[in-house]
Design a protein around this ligand. Structure first.
Ligand SMILES: NC(=O)c1ccc[n+]([C@@H]2O[C@H](COP(=O)([O-])OP(=O)(O)OC[C@H]3O[C@@H](n4cnc5c(N)ncnc54)[C@H](O)[C@@H]3O)[C@@H](O)[C@H]2O)c1
Length: 476
């Protein structure tokens, strides 16, 4: 995998071909990749781009990280890691060794052989794809496009973005120089699969998919990715790669919606816990994969990406019913959780304006610091709209947190608190929104007055006296 293990020697597997049979610009690029002399440019140094840049540099490539955010670039150039998943020591070593550098401009873009574009793909207020970051990155790359460059889009997006948004921008610049796609420069889509917080699967050992805009584009992109990732699967074109990523995310969204709906049914049926049901079903060694209920979806991908496909489907007069239905069920979960919290408080001798609620975990998933689209924000907004006197939070990964104001008002700070016996006792209810490993189930169960557990984080607590204090989502 390291450049020293690669060579420009003939290689016929998985879309790679003998360098000799490639157009000369492609053959030279493959040779530069094989000998470790290629310069890699990673555009966008966020949750996706920084780990990728670190992996490229760690494999021996000179790596240039380009990000418009001067704070991120400043931190990187000071050798400071700003992501939980990366080792501080690795980032410092690569920066000190001059293998990894950050920059806020594209001045050195002509030095780059392979660009990996990892910029955000949000949705607009009306849930339409916002490809402006991709366009802007492509325009910056196009300004100094030269023969022998490969551009790989890694952002998640709707099928046809690579060929209909990125390709025309590059083609305009190429035309002025007489460069031809697939002969002189190359374009591909390879969706990112990183799973922040996952210690087992990282950039290097998570297989990736790639589809080039031309056959040669696929071949050189396979070689570029093989230099940093163990397993590369080539597909027919960028659209297949774009679509498969959306399938992965929609698959999760649909299955989580299914268990969220059934969790609500279990509460009505009584004497049946959805958690036990899923664990039991998971004993089947084939044809089933466990998904668990929760307080709603968060992060930059699963709540957002399906909208990209719905939008494209509408353009083709097609309705993606699974996406719409699962989004509706998942987006309703924070409301369901808040009802449980209010019911909990109603059992106590306290009126809502005097009630105090502690939210445990505001990151969108366990053991990460990412709060983008976290269900905790909606839960806190709804608790405030219900008139709860005070809502505070504790999250060992998140120092500061804001939630939207009441009735659409501006975002307001949510006060953070330490997790002490006094703090737990002071609040009328604690609601576990994120099941960080740092949370001690027995400590929480012992000191809290009542707990709404949306993640089965307190499963280890079996003492009947303590269990009485716990309301578990999907169980009654
Ligand atoms: N976060 C994840 O777990 C994850 C997983 C798989 C795929 N993705 C996808 O990867 C893409 C990036 O996600 P992320 O979480 O890393 O986003 P992020 O917001 O953490 O990072 C994106 C970075 O791009 C920078 N940027 C924006 N426009 C730029 C430009 N024109 N030039 C240079 N830099 C620019 C931003 O300043 C930011 O630092 C998205 O499409 C996302 O859907 C994310």
């Amino acid at each position: 995998m390291s450049p020293s293990h690669l060579s420009a020697a003939p290689h016929s597997e998985n879309g790679s071909v003998a360098a000799a049979s490639l157009p000369s610009a492609a053959a030279q690029l493959v040779e530069r990749l094989g000998t470790g002399r290629a310069t890699i440019g990673v555009v966008g140094l966020g949750y996706v781009g920084l780990p990728l840049a670190v992996e490229c540099a760690d494999q021996g490539f000179e790596t240039l990280g380009i990000d418009l955010d001067a704070d991120r670039v400043g931190q990187l150039n000071a050798g400071e890691n700003y992501l939980d998943d990366l080792e501080d020591e690795t980032v410092r070593r690569l920066v000190d060794d001059d293998r990894l550098k950050g920059t806020t401009d594209f001045d050195r873009a002509a030095d780059v052989d392979v660009f990996f574009v990892c910029v955000p793909t949000p949705v607009t207020d009306t849930n339409e794809p916002d490809t402006s970051y991709i366009q802007s990155a492509a325009e910056s790359i196009a300004e100094s496009l030269r023969p022998g460059q490969l551009i790989v889009l890694r952002s998640t997006t709707y099928p046809s973005t690579t060929e209909e948004v990125v390709q025309p921008i590059l083609a305009e610049a190429a035309e002025a120089q007489g460069l031809e796609l697939g002969e002189d420069y190359f374009l591909a889509h390879s969706p990112e699969r990183i799973d922040p917080g996952n210690e087992e699967y990282t950039t290097a050992n998570t297989p990736v998919v790639v589809g080039g805009a031309t056959e040669t584009g696929t071949q050189v992109a396979v070689r570029a990715l093989e230099a940093i990732v163990n397993e590369v699967h080539a597909v027919a074109n960028p659209k297949v790669a774009e679509m498969e990523k959306l399938l992965e995310n929609i698959f999760r969204s649909v299955n989580i919606a299914l268990v969220n709906e059934l969790a609500q049914l279990c509460e009505r049926i009584g004497d049946v816990s959805m958690w036990e049901v899923v664990q039991a079903a998971a004993t089947k060694p084939f044809g089933y994969m466990p998904f668990y209920p929760g307080p709603g979806l968060g992060g930059h991908c699963i709540p957002i990406d399906p909208h990209y496909l719905s939008w494209l489907a509408r353009k083709h007069d097609f309705e993606t019913s699974f996406i719409t239905l699962s989004a509706r069920i998942n987006e309703q979960m924070p409301f369901y959780v808040v009802e449980s919290v209010v019911e909990e408080i109603a059992r106590r001798p306290v009126a809502l304006p005097e009630a105090e609620v502690l939210v445990l975990g505001v990151a969108f998933k366990r053991n990460v610091d990412d709060t983008r689209h976290a269900p905790a924000a909606t839960i806190i907004r709804l608790l405030r709209e219900k008139g709860i006197g005070a809502v505070r939070y504790h999250d060992p990964h998140v120092e500061a947190f804001q939630a939207p104001g009441r009735d659409g008002g501006a975002a307001v700070d949510v006060p953070p608190v330490d997790l002490t016996p006094e703090v737990l006792r002071r609040h009328d209810a604690a609601v576990i929104v994120t099941d960080h490993d740092a949370f001690d189930p027995h400590f929480i169960a012992e000191h809290a007055r009542s707990i709404v557990d949306t993640r089965n984080a307190l499963e280890a607590v079996t003492d009947p006296g303590l269990r009485e204090k716990i309301t578990l989502l999907g169980s009654s």
